[in-house]
Each structure stands twice: as structure tokens, then as C-alpha cells.
Design a protein around this ligand. Structure first.
Ligand SMILES: *[C@@H]1O[C@H](CO)[C@@H](O)[C@H](O)[C@H]1NC(C)=O
Length: 347
């Protein structure tokens, strides 16, 4: 009798574990967080390869699948979205936001944040996946990875959080002033999330940026910084600079109309990264790498890494956007080791 009972118990526990909302690795197993770097297509064939890390990998490991595969970590993580997208249940919610959404949705006006991400949640847990990829995700599991996503490098950070954290994550999304192109938030979920989904809320008074200390489901500390367009200043030199704890490299897109130069007149110098070399590639220019991140130069000042959604560009000073940061030393080593060259300070 006891064995039958245990068997039932294990089945029930097993089921909840596989159906709950979590960041997931390529095996479909729940992971607390991951960071993913899709490499650019620099050799004419590997534009869908990616590097992956979570708390168990101690740095970059190559994905076994390409990013567009149904078994990539991104696809495994989005599975509950595609399982539920056609049935508006009162137990599962999602917000897909992107200033450059996939067809048939229209590009957001520049009053919206320069920001891209996915929130999936139920009343227990949820994920916040912040990324840099235009046209992502597509409408179903067969077309979730966009055709436009082949050539350029892209970055992703996924965190698993308790439901209660999303009341505050929603406020970060209000500062960023995200453009939700598809969403469903059940009526009984936080009104702050409804407001983001309805594009109804934004900060009304200074300061026009907000810091949120987040604890992942397994207890890791991540920090979100969000700025609203009315801050009229650069995310890296005006917001992140105060918290990096030392000089830092800032990696943004290399094809900008009015790029900001490295900034050597702020407390912590901001050096623009010019070339990146991933463990699986030759060095490449930021003109083929749309990823956005920053990492301190010196680990002893602070091993601080941020995955961002903005570029160092004049017009983006007046747009919303943000970054999710961690002081995990393995993450610091992984990013610090891929900086190949940077723009020095003027003499
Ligand atoms: C450096 O950054 C600060 C804060 O964003 C800004 O006010 C200043 O103009 C920048 N300086 C240069 C040389 O870019």
C-alpha cells in the first residue's frame, strides 16, 4: 500500500516539475538561469550555433543543437508558450515584447523602449527572458526562430523567479516602456502585469530609472536596471556606470547612426568593445554582432556582468531600456575572456 502511495506521489511531483514554468536546458530540464550567445555567421555556415552557460557549466559550453532546433535551450524554454498560446487559460500568462516584432506585427514607435523579451508565468513561477533578437519569437514552435536571425550575434539571459517577483518585474517593464506585441495575462494576475500588457503604465516623475534586486528561484542574486526615455542619457555611462564598481567594457551593435565614443570622463571608464572572439570562432567585428552586454575590466574591483538591451547610441539616450546583471565569477570570466579589442581613451 505504501509503495502504491509513494508511486502516486512521485508521479504527481514529477508532473508538476515538468509542467512548471522554468528556464530549460537542451534536455528540457529546469535550470535556475542561463545565458546564451548566438554566434554571428562569419564562416558562411555556423550562424545558428550558440554558446550556453548555466550554474552547472562553469562557463561557455557549445549548444549541441542549433538555436532554431526544437531542442535548443530557447525552444525548450518557450514550450509552455506554444502549448498554451491558442487557449487563453486563467492559469497561464505571457507577455512577448519587442520593438522589432515579427510579422504581422508592426515596428514600435521610438517612444517605446529599445528592448526585447519574453515573460511566461503561472501563479507559482515564471521566467523573464531578456534578449537582443529582432522578429523573435515567431508564432509557433516551427517558426519561433526568425529567418532574419541568421547573420548577427545575439545575447539572451533567462531567469526563473517566483510568481511574487513578477509584480516588481512588471514595474521594470513599465520603466523600459516595452512594446508587447502579443500577450495574455489572466484577470487574477497582478494588475502591474495587466498594465504592461495593455501599454497603460509608465513612470510619471523622476528619477527616470529604477533598480530591482531579484532573487532567482534557487536563490541567486540578479539585479535589473531599467531606464525610461525621459532620463535622456546613456544606459551604460549614466545608469550602469554607478554600479559596475570599476572600469568596464560595453559591447553594443556596431552599425549605429550616431554611436557614442568610449567615455573616459565618468567615474568608471566605459570602453566600447570593437571585436569579440568566442571560444568557437575567430575574432569578429561588432558590425556582425547585435548582442549587448558589459563586463568589468578587473575582477578584483567587482566581477560584474550585465546582459543589456540597448546600444551606446545618441538616439537611444531618449528611449527606454535596461540590463540584467550578476556578480557570478564564472559569468565574469566567460565574458571577460571574449573581449578581443576595444576603443581606448583619447590621449
Ligand atoms: C560621458 O557620459 C556622461 C553620462 O552619460 C555624459 O554626460 C558625458 O557627456 C559623456 N562624455 C563623453 C565624452 O562622451
Amino acid at each position: 500500500m505504501i509503495w502504491i502511495f509513494l508511486g502516486i506521489l512521485l508521479t504527481v511531483v514529477g508532473c508538476t516539475a515538468t509542467t512548471s514554468i522554468s528556464c530549460r536546458n537542451e534536455q528540457g530540464q529546469a535550470v535556475d538561469w542561463y545565458i546564451l550567445y548566438k554566434q554571428p555567421n562569419i564562416d558562411g555556415k555556423n550562424g545558428l550555433r550558440y554558446l550556453y552557460m548555466d550554474e552547472t557549466t562553469n562557463g561557455w559550453v557549445p549548444g549541441q543543437y542549433t538555436i532554431d532546433d526544437k531542442q535548443s535551450a530557447v525552444a525548450q524554454t518557450l514550450k509552455p508558450l506554444f502549448d498554451n498560446i491558442d487557449t487563453e487559460t486563467d492559469t497561464f500568462g505571457y507577455i512577448l515584447y519587442n520593438d522589432q516584432p515579427p510579422v504581422p506585427y508592426r515596428t514600435a514607435s521610438s517612444s517605446y523602449g529599445h528592448s526585447k523579451g519574453v515573460v511566461l508565468l503561472d501563479k507559482h513561477t515564471g521566467i523573464w527572458l531578456s534578449h537582443s533578437t529582432p522578429d523573435f519569437p515567431g508564432v509557433d514552435i516551427n517558426s519561433f526562430w526568425p529567418q532574419s536571425g541568421y547573420h548577427n550575434g545575439q545575447s539572451f539571459i533567462c531567469g526563473t523567479y517566483k510568481y511574487s517577483t513578477f509584480k516588481d518585474i512588471a514595474i521594470q517593464l513599465e520603466y523600459i516602456h516595452v512594446n508587447p506585441f502579443n500577450s495574455h495575462i489572466p484577470e487574477s494576475f497582478y494588475p502591474e502585469l495587466q498594465c504592461v500588457a495593455n501599454k497603460g503604465c509608465y513612470p510619471k516623475e523622476a528619477p527616470y530609472y529604477r533598480q530591482l534586486d531579484m532573487t532567482t528561484l534557487a536563490g541567486h542574486k540578479f539585479v535589473s536596471y531599467a531606464k525610461y526615455g525621459r532620463l535622456h542619457d546613456d544606459l551604460f555611462s549614466a545608469v550602469l556606470d554607478k554600479h559596475m564598481g570599476g572600469d568596464f567594457y560595453a559591447k553594443s551593435w556596431g552599425r549605429l547612426r550616431h554611436p557614442l565614443p568610449s567615455n573616459c570622463s565618468v567615474p568608471n571608464i566605459v570602453y566600447n568593445v570593437e571585436q569579440v572572439q568566442l571560444p568557437t570562432t575567430e575574432p569578429f567585428s561588432i558590425t556582425v554582432d547585435h548582442s549587448k552586454w558589459s563586463v568589468t575590466v578587473d575582477e578584483s574591483s567587482r566581477p560584474w556582468t550585465c546582459i543589456a538591451d540597448m546600444n551606446r547610441e545618441v538616439s537611444q539616450e531618449s528611449r527606454g531600456g535596461g540590463a540584467v546583471c550578476t556578480d557570478n565569477p564564472a559569468v565574469w570570466s566567460a565574458f571577460s575572456s571574449i573581449v578581443f579589442s576595444y576603443e581606448p581613451c583619447p590621449n
